[in-house]
Design a protein around this ligand. Sequence first.
Ligand code: GLV
Ligand code: MN
Ligand code: MN
Length: 407
Amino acid sequence: MHTLRIDAGRLQGNLEELSRIGRLEGGGVCRLAFTEEDKRARDWVEAKMRALGLAVRIDRIGNILGLRKARREAPPVLCGSHTDTVATGGCFDGSVGVLAGLEVMETLNEAGIETEVPVGVLSFVNEEGARFQPDMMGSLVVRGSLDVDHARQIAGVDGITVGQEIDRLSFAGAADFKRMPIRGYLELHIEQGPLLEKNDIQIGIVEAVQGIRWIEYMLEGAAAHAGATPIELRQDAGFVAGCIVQLARRLSIEIEGQRATVGTLRLSPDLVNVVAEKARLTVDLRNPDPGRLDEAEARLNQGIEEIAASERVRVRRATKVNVAPAAFDPVLVNAVDQAARGLGYTSIRMTSGAGHDAQILAAACPAAMIFVPSRGGISHNTREYSSPEQIAAGANVLLRSLLAIAG
Ligand code: GLV
Ligand code: MN
Ligand code: MN
């Protein structure tokens, strides 16, 4: 069993095949959640699961679970991730975890290994949250923190609801994974940051994931002539929006561990010679420390109030995502550590900068993550890349740690 390895060529072939779905010219993929491309990728994953002899079930939000038979019926040990992407996504974010999970199942099949308790792959729906918020929607439903009927009512950035798309594209099954007992959940993912590459390390043993808040701000001032309106008479929503961008950067510098990003900004009427009447923007706040995250949000809101008041611009805000920092299960983290050591890979323990389904599940079952390096630390970018060897190393760690937990 100690010589058991995944087939790196087969895993790479599958990654290439999947990355043809939603492929963008010039590289990368666009498989925004609950779109046709997303559905085609999910159908592809489901077909693979069936071909591997897994018992496949799909829940009402569209999560796909493929379970392998075991010596006894018991809560399963699962691995997985997501295949949806941001609009300018790479081919590795999420897909690596799902396809490595399938590769592990195939490796076990070929070796004729029957585990003590079932193992399986869980492919979550809408992890990215780029179109429909909150992100990590599928895992929130599994954890029991988001009701499917409520999620179906959520409108996306294009005004279409989750429920409309689920029905139009037949995402849903009849299963219910809510609070399903899970013995352990392991997620292999690309790092999406520069740490592993910079230190020439093969495996990241993820101990924690930082907290995430997404806040949307709606600013309302008054449209005015760009040439004729004196500065002191303006109620310029665009000016306030620009100040928020600067404020976010300042918080990132001044608060320890803080990251603050304005990722969307739309002005209206969005015309060259009109002072913007309205602005709609989002701020993504992240910090491993919940107290500092609170501090960042409080300072952000206070700063915005002050700038807006001086410009006589009205501010409304809505919290779209509020995910607490998560600490992973020490037993599972150790299993990953042992697996990496046993395979002779270099490794370090680290905290994830990105959000993950494992972070959501961590509140419901033991969970842990395995990272592999990202070239240049780049992700959420079509140029995202991890080599076949790097991914294979991560998949072998996944295989070994999964077996350690599943017996
Ligand atoms: C998901 O990729 C996130 O961290 O936003
Ligand atoms: Mn991801
Ligand atoms: Mn992502």
